[in-house]
Design a protein around this ligand. Sequence first.
Ligand code: BMA
Length: 305
Amino acid sequence: MNETVFKRHPLNPIITPRAVPRANSIHNSAIVRHGDGYAGIFRVDEINMNFTLHVGWSPDGLNWQIEPEPLHMESSDPDVVMNAHSYDPRITKLDDTYYITWCNANAQGPQIGLAATKDFKSFQQMENPLPTANRNCVIFPRKINGKYAIYHRPSDRGHTPFGDIFYATSPDLEHWGHHRFVFGPRGGWQSTKVGPGPAPIETPEGWLLIYHGVWTSCNGYLYYAGGALLDLDQPWKVLYRTQDYLLAPTEIYERVGDVPNVVFPSSAVVDGDNLRLYYGCADTCISAADAKISEIVDFVKTHSF
Ligand code: BMA
């Protein structure tokens, strides 16, 4: 088992479907520090198998109160709304506003939704940043060369058997362009598709991106977590990228669930050199794993292609 960098929390899985009355499962979710504690946007697959987003609160990042009802988004445009299948949120804080990106599946396929909140009580849905189909999107925690920036992962309508990570920028969070290829699948555990995980973390060695990589076995997809370091001014340029995974599905709660053999990194809380990764497990529950950022950076540099 690979526990050289990430140490799984002894209370794992820290959040299970028991946290929400109508939950079939609760997994790929976004957690941030907020006020004196933590707030989160949680993916809940309900007992009708609609995927809904729920707000959660925690004093310590481990013990959570999750709202039983899905969150509501205000929108000034009736054509830009949250759909019945809303899943895999990411959160990035810019100044005093938290921006949420998620997969807002519609009849034409998965589309990225974008919304803003300051208090996790009222949410304002914004213009769709990207066309369908796209399943993963995360905003950088600061502007780059004066522009907002994202990593995202175009896909198709199905359980996409491909996927490259792209970079794009915007002057206003509405109009996106300057699209650049970042990296795609390559060898072993990341040979089928890759997608961005938590918001990139700025380090002296470059942007640290924790991403998921997918391998296709004779029995289906397996999801792993890896890391990459990208140029601070030109974040589409890869400096290092893990050849060996950082986290693999090895524990029973990562191997057994609605979709077996999945670790899906979706948020990271940083405190100095300490990083707590939150990840979905087997599309069923949520776990945490801790690492030193300096050790992740060292691992990425020394286990690179
Ligand atoms: C991906 C996404 C994730 C999910 C994973 C494994 O395509 O839909 O939400 O965790 O598949 O089922």
